[in-house]
Design a protein around this ligand. Structure first.
Ligand SMILES: C=CC1=C(C)c2cc3[nH]c(cc4nc(cc5[nH]c(cc1n2)c(C)c5CCC(=O)O)C(CCC(=O)O)=C4C)c(C)c3C=C
Ligand SMILES: [Fe+2]
Ligand SMILES: [Fe+2]
Length: 380
């Protein structure tokens, strides 16, 4: 709700969050925060409602003026969509909960282990979700409390879009506004053409072909965005096409052996074309009956890949006359992807990861542990 008048809290609430008193010998640490979209807490309508409310109230996601959009969202969408979406989530929910949450958490801990070994530096590595939990704000608070004075934020979206990547930036900077002593922050803009990312994708396709055989055509399906965003200067469409071209080159595919398409249309406006569902229903008519499908824009399997593509998309293709539909999983916890992510993070940390910094941190940590030991001695 927009407030029009000043209230008592404007005069009594502290403007910034409380800070611990400044310590001269605090070991300087660097935080690396992976951020993905987020997911409901459970595959139920009750859990979907607050998740979708938060997600679809983000002005980066739906650019309709708030006064027009909120009545539609609260009056119609939040009364119909949660039930339908909950059924879809239920069909992909695993023992460890939401696949997106499970894979993102795994990526965080694998990256932490990998960087710890490679850099021998005490990095604080964790993950957050843009919507739902663990929130970006809570993870930044934790990193700050752990002594991070520099934080690298990695939105897990290879292709930049305002509705995904920039929204992560908004959440980060909104929390920074609440700090008196702000950490320095860097954000990764995109990695759609990163050689490590492309090589990891290509390796996942080759290995899939070796294990499962190969179809006649490769469909690369990316999440869509409204066409209007492209017209207003969003680079997402170009990033997706470039990823598609680089992946095709790495696999030695000619232009007629692959198609880039866009899925997950939301609302009635035009979105990026061709729509994945249209491509799936027309390919059999062009004599493509054995199809492989990959979703290179998602680095972790989620509702949009496991349900929309591997279940619904398969049905669409087979009903249109296709005979074989093979969904190639996202990179999830594949070693080549974790290696690519570590390379990307190391490059983005350049200038922060100096040998001097490592020595300084090691010294400060030794001092800190001596102090702790001494304090323990006093207590005994
Ligand atoms: C590639 C990144 C993504 C972009 C860009 C993106 C834009 C975008 N999404 C919606 C609406 C919905 N997306 C939903 C799910 C969803 N979206 C992404 C990624 C991007 N979205 C992911 C990874 C997921 C899956 C989350 C999971 O828990 O597995 C949903 C929720 C599900 C549903 O009810 O259908 C909606 C809604 C819009 C409007 C948009 C850009 C304008
Ligand atoms: Fe989405
Ligand atoms: Fe979808």
């Amino acid at each position: 709700m927009q407030r029009s008048a000043l209230s008592l809290t404007d005069f009594t609430m502290p403007r910034f969050l409380p800070e611990p008193s400044y310590k001269h010998d605090q070991p300087p640490r660097i935080g690396v925060l992976l951020v993905n979209l987020g997911t409901p807490a459970a595959p139920t309508a009750a859990a979907l409602k607050p998740y979708l409310r938060e997600f679809l109230s983000d002005p980066r996601v739906v650019e309709i003026p708030r006064l027009l959009w909120q009545p539609i969202l609260r009056g119609i969408i939040l009364n119909t969509r949660p039930k339908k979406s909950a059924l879809k989530y239920a069909s992909i929910w695993g023992k460890e909960g939401s696949p997106l949450q499970m894979w993102t958490a795994k990526q965080g801990s694998l990256l932490k282990g990998y960087l710890g070994e490679q850099l021998q530096a005490p990095l604080v590595v964790n993950y957050a979700m843009r919507y739902g939990q663990p929130s970006v704000a809570s993870r930044l608070d934790e990193m700050k409390a752990a002594g991070c004075d520099r934080i690298l934020v990695v939105p897990l979206y290879p292709q930049y879009a305002a509705s995904s990547t920039a929204s992560v930036g908004d959440a980060v900077f909104a929390q920074l506004r609440r700090y008196r002593n702000q950490p320095a922050v860097r954000t990764v803009h995109h990695f759609h053409d990163d050689p490590g990312y492309i090589a990891a994708l290509a390796q996942s396709v080759r290995e899939y072909w070796q294990m499962n055989g190969r179809g006649q055509h490769l469909l690369m399906s990316f999440h869509g965005i409204p066409r209007r965003s492209l017209d207003l200067g969003d680079p997402y469409h170009c990033h997706c096409l470039k990823t598609g071209r680089l992946l095709a080159e790495a696999l030695g595919l000619s232009a007629d052996q692959y198609t880039v398409a866009f899925q997950s249309r939301f609302g009635r406006a035009e979105w990026l074309k061709p729509y994945t569902s249209d491509v799936l229903s027309t390919l059999p008519r062009k004599n493509v009956r054995e199809l492989d499908v990959i979703c290179p824009g998602f680095v972790a399997d989620c509702l949009e890949t496991l349900e929309e593509i591997a279940m619904e998309g398969k049905q669409t293709f087979l009903s249109a006359g296709g005979t074989g539909f093979r969904y190639i999983p996202c990179m999830n916890d594949r070693p080549a992807w974790i290696h690519a992510l570590a390379g990307l993070v190391t490059r983005e940390l350049s200038g922060w990861l100096t040998p001097g910094w490592q020595a300084e941190t090691a010294l400060a940590e030794a001092r800190e542990s001596q102090q702790r030991a001494r304090a323990r001695g006093h207590q005994n």
